[in-house]
Design a protein around this ligand. Sequence first.
Ligand code: CDP
Ligand code: MG
Length: 200
Amino acid sequence: MLTLTASARFLRTIKPQRFLASLPHVVEHDGTRAERSLILLKPDAVERRLVGRILSRFEDRGLAIVALRQRMCDRALAEAHYHEHRDKHFFGRACAFLCAGPLVSACLEGRGAVAAARGLVGPTDPKDAPPGTIRGDLATHWRRNLVHASASAEDAEREIGLWFESTDLCPPPSALDPWLYEVPGARIGFDDDDGDEGIS
Ligand code: CDP
Ligand code: MG
């Protein structure tokens, strides 16, 4: 007969929706906590059928998809998303582009997810984006630049709240965690290694 561990008994006492919303991020033995980033595959990415190829770049980097949705974006959502640019001359055109066709929103999670995703995406204008970045490899124009990625952890939190309900956020797949992170209990672990200050 199966016996429930204490944590499994605890999980049975809370509602599934609350459980999903409150799921802990990956935490490594040194306390490093996984971040989340909000990614948009803009309408040019969908129309050019690049969704799978672009998503795979983030997954290949070790980032996990915790929420994913294809949808239309209305003007109010576009304006809320680009709120920081409301006084810029390109605000209207940037919002119109988000509404030009279906787009895909994704919430990614992983170690340093915000910087990792921005690095993969590359600079705003594809002509400045180095080969190897998504924009550098696949885009040509600064507005038709395929992808949005949150600029900071604070932006990510706000943007994830705009594009997803908390119940859309699923537990990230964890089977590979011991090979992506120094989580406690990994076969090759350094959690008893005193004085590990990180790479710097
Ligand atoms: O997307 P990213 O964070 O690299 O750039 P941004 O400076 O936050 O601008 C947001 C988006 O506005 C860009 O990705 C462009 O699609 C768009 N934009 C535009 O339509 N015209 C400009 N002159 C500058 C940006
Ligand atoms: Mg930006």
